[in-house]
Design a protein around this ligand. Structure first.
Ligand SMILES: [Fe+2]
Length: 360
């Protein structure tokens, strides 16, 4: 455990100090201990009395924050995958957001991804040309939060936490084959030692995998256009366990799916060899909820229209639990376990088998 205080030196050279905070050092990559990770997107902020809210656009954010604080002793790391504060260029709104998450971010790592509301603005180098960042162009997000990226302008990075490796993409910059980001994603997925870090997780703000959210259905893509076409062979080749997304404000879990086809029936318990990646939209941190398409694709296993978050628990190198909890009560509404030993990971998966030779 580490304890710390924040101080400020006044003009008369005296100091004012904050109260004491504490945090626990992170486990080293590969460490075998119980590790509990919370993941969600698009939380935003709100006030108890609604006093500063013009549109009440993030009605669920306080409930999500309260549930995390309540359970904080059972949370080691938080991943907020984009659309953080919805400040849209107003610094006071960032202050309100950081005050709201202070009890969490002062005690456990609060790692973030970049979304359209952090980055997008015309003619500034973002992949999309909309005005969703209100002119922030990522500057506020990259100043408020540390991410271990090689270049802070590009928000993609990898981070290891015990038995997990997280590869965090930046959907507001191009990810297609041939780009710098595509190279990063392949490097992140391919360099992890799965014997030590068996749980490989991919995260991105926009849905690069699968979503039956209404606006993706209306586009006819059921994903962010050019998403899985570009990346699915990497997820399959490197056996990504779970891919998480934000952007579409609802919850949805797929079967283990590759090329739009379930390679395994959806289940609450997967064991044995890896078949395909499970894709999860967990964009239910707090911003106003989005509808699903009435059409339900075969790969769509569980859909929910409510606020919540996902909690991953690695018990050890062979046992992993996924839980979707609602912000209203903290109870579990969807879950699945993965039980797998390292030799099972060595088995070749659909589409990717090593070549063999008859030479002896
Ligand atoms: Fe978004």
């Amino acid at each position: 455990m580490y304890t710390y205080k924040l101080g400020h030196r006044l003009f008369n050279s005296s100091y004012v100090w904050s109260r004491s905070y504490s945090f626990k050092a992170s486990p080293y990559p590969g460490q075998d201990s119980k590790q509990q990770i919370v993941i969600f997107g698009d939380m935003g902020k709100a006030e108890v009395d609604g006093s500063n809210e013009f549109m009440n656009y993030q009605p669920g954010s306080l409930n999500t924050t309260y549930q995390l604080i309540k359970d904080l002793k059972n949370i080691d790391l938080v991943l907020h995958i984009g659309d953080l504060s919805y400040a849209s260029g107003y610094i006071s709104q960032w202050d309100q957001f950081t005050a709201q998450i202070e009890l969490i971010a002062s005690r456990v790592p609060y790692m973030v991804g970049s979304g359209n509301h952090e980055r997008d603005f015309p003619d500034t180098g973002s992949f999309y040309e909309n005005k969703d960042s209100g002119g922030e162009c990522g500057v506020l997000a990259e100043t408020m939060f540390y991410v271990p990226s090689e270049n802070r302008v590009n928000y993609w990075y990898s981070t290891d936490y015990g038995m997990f490796r997280f590869c965090i993409a930046d959907t507001e910059h191009d990810w297609r084959p041939g780009t710098q980001q595509y190279k990063f994603i392949e490097h992140c997925l391919s360099t992890v030692d799965r014997q030590k870090q068996p749980w490989l997780i991919f995260l991105a703000h926009r849905v690069l995998g699968y979503s039956s959210g209404e606006f993706y259905a209306e586009e006819g893509s059921f994903e962010e256009p050019m998403g899985r076409e570009s990346l699915q062979e990497l997820w399959q080749k490197y056996k990504v366990d779970i891919a998480f997304y934000g952007h579409v404000h609802n919850y949805e879990r797929t079967c283990p799916v590759f090329q739009n086809t379930c390679l395994q029936n959806a289940s609450n318990h997967y064991h044995g060899i890896f078949k395909a990646t499970t894709h999860v939209v967990v964009d239910v941190g707090g911003a106003g909820l989005a509808d699903f398409s009435p059409f339900k694709a075969r790969w769509s296993h569980f859909r929910d229209h409510d606020f919540g978050f996902v909690k991953l628990t690695a018990f050890n190198h062979s046992n992993h639990l996924f839980e979707y909890k609602k912000s209203r009560d903290g109870n579990v509404y969807d879950h699945f376990a993965i039980t797998r030993d390292y030799p099972d990971l060595l088995a070749c998966s659909f589409y990717y088998c090593p070549r063999t030779t008859s030479a002896s």
